[in-house]
Write a protein that binds this ligand. Structure first.
Ligand code: AMP
Length: 126
């Protein structure tokens, strides 16, 4: 059981305590630009509900929240011009926990695109 820290930066954004550059908003989902972009398109898709991680969200969010999240993420990729319909592709990343180097403990999906992103990781030496 993971405990949600309601003082994390994305919780503060959701409460309107700190500003964000909103790209899209629905009943269950908020999308805003990453403050330190690593590609021409770099947005963060977050659920409005208090979920720590990808696995917390998958296990505990409602079907409506999960559907809204996925459709909103794909819609933003299209609207930002990086989906296969609208552009040249993108990468969706959900860093999770310590090994995944997740800095903000509120589930978020990075959508990165607008340039060739290179290999995902260096080869694993074993
Ligand atoms: P992660 O390492 O997957 O937890 O990524 C957290 C991301 O949140 C990083 O890419 C940060 O640049 C981004 N970030 C942190 N604070 C803010 C903020 N106030 N507004 C937008 N993005 C932020």
């Amino acid at each position: 059981m993971v405990t949600y820290d309601d003082q994390n930066v994305f919780a503060k954004i959701l409460r309107g305590e700190i500003p964000n550059n909103t790209v899209a908003e629905t009943e269950h989902t908020l999308v805003f630009r990453d403050i330190r972009p690593q590609a021409p398109v770099h947005v963060l898709v977050i659920p409005k509900g208090a979920y720590v991680s990808f696995d917390d969200f998958a296990a505990n969010a409602s079907d409506a929240e999960i559907l809204d999240f996925m459709r909103t993420a794909a819609g933003v990729a299209r609207d930002e011009g990086v989906s296969l319909d609208a552009g040249n592709g993108f990468r969706a990343i959900a860093n999770t926990g310590e090994d995944g180097v997740q800095e903000v403990p509120h589930f978020h999906l990075h959508i990165l695109g607008g340039r060739v992103l290179g290999r995902m990781l260096p080869d694993f030496a074993g």
